[in-house]
Design a binder for this molecule. Sequence first.
Ligand code: TNX
Length: 521
Amino acid sequence: LLLLTTLVVPASLAQASPRDAGALGQVVPVPASVQPDAANPYQLSPMAAVSFDIRSPQARQIVETLAGQLRTATGYPLPVVPATQFYQPTGISLLLGGVDGKLGDEAYQLRSSKQGVVIKANAAAGLFRGVQTLKQLLPAKALAKTKQQGPFGVPGGTILDHPRYGYRSAMLDVARHFFTVPEVESYIDEIAQYKINYLHLHLTDSQGWRIQIDGWPKLTEIGGSSGVGGERTGFYTQADYSKIVEYAQQRFITVVPEIEGPSHSNAARSSYAGLNCDGKTPPLWLDITESPNSVLCLTNGTAYKMMDDVIRQLAKITPGPYINIAGDEVDKVDKTQYAEYVNKVSAMVAKYGKKVLGWQETLSVLTKPEATMGQFWFNELNDDAVIKAAKAGAKVVMSPADHAYLDMKYDEKNPAYPVGNYWAGFVEVQDSYNWDPETQLAGLPANAISGVSAAMFTELVFERKDIDQLAFPRLAAIGEIGWSPKSTHDWDSFKTRLAAQGPHMDVAGIDYYRSPQIPWP
Ligand code: TNX
């Protein structure tokens, strides 16, 4: 083991040229370090077993899934069997331990040689991330949904990999257009391939309220009956939501629920008169724009009563650490009332045992900045306040719209085509890649940054296939910005590696945008 560790070269060296890392480095996001051993590749054989650390039921679940995927295309039996540190059957093995604990739960080592592929990690999360790498190293045909001709090789060598940031999210707006449980689950499968570890669900907005809340049935009966253009209406029962949470958990992705307020709240206000200061419910709002007076009444107590119920119930069905209280775009909200809302609702989140996430606007008014993680989306909105809060202990997630908003169109071609926005400009794949969380907002302390988020608002996203076209391949770029060390970031390397993953996206059924910037095979 000692020998092995010393063989692993620093990322900067291994990645100096992607060609030097050879086939073992053709992965997105690029691993922290790659030590190829081209003379010693593995070839999956009909005799191979797929084994899991006998101490880890989660490792077993991961290999069961992997074996299932590989059996279809290879036609090999690939039995799932237990392994220990001392004995691994020939084939693919997942083992706990053997990786520096300081690198965290998501770190893994992948070693490929003629004898087999061994993935080691401190926790099941790392084993899962390592398996995503393995699937990218195998030829795409090994994961096809019909039987294929071998060989099914894996390049030889050792990868030691760990994330740059602990928070790497994909945000999906299910409020403007509703997406069903199976539609969200298939998106979870897709984002998992790029080592995303949080799914942020934008559950409410002016055009729809999508989560059932006991005691407030009209939120979904009325507020769930709308959507942009009257299309894609609906909501999740709490059981539906739990299904999504569990599906994500099995892919080592944590769900973060978001409830909008005090703006972006027309659907709630159409449902309950008491949420309006004039005591009247406005009509449902079906437009792509924000409803003109979409502000919760913050003086009669009803909104706070509702939020306490909502957050208590969400906290109960959300095993992850965060609840997102939104708080964005509040020009129409009285400043004192806004500050009171953000701090009161933050206190509710804490009372029910969760940590607060909010959009960057909330960072302007916090009495306890150290208790919040703000999601940055736009420069020059409240830069000084963001920096000040960060210096006072707030954490910041970076999702600058001109790089990380997946709902932006790729280019100026046919701006009238309905899918996608362009208020933040056109965002080609290279724009999604060429930025850095540490320099996006000058003066923001690097140690305040907890990660990145690739955000998909859906006012102009109509069908499930639009999600694929917009997210892929840009989500892969954001995934790499968030996972791989800064020293490895290099557009020419990225576009080559991404191109190599095109066939993998094809077999995974991802209907991605064939950006002309990428040399697809
Ligand atoms: C801005 S980002 C919004 C959303 C829109 C999005 C469209 C943010 C905090 N607010 O309400 O859906 O732009 O790209």
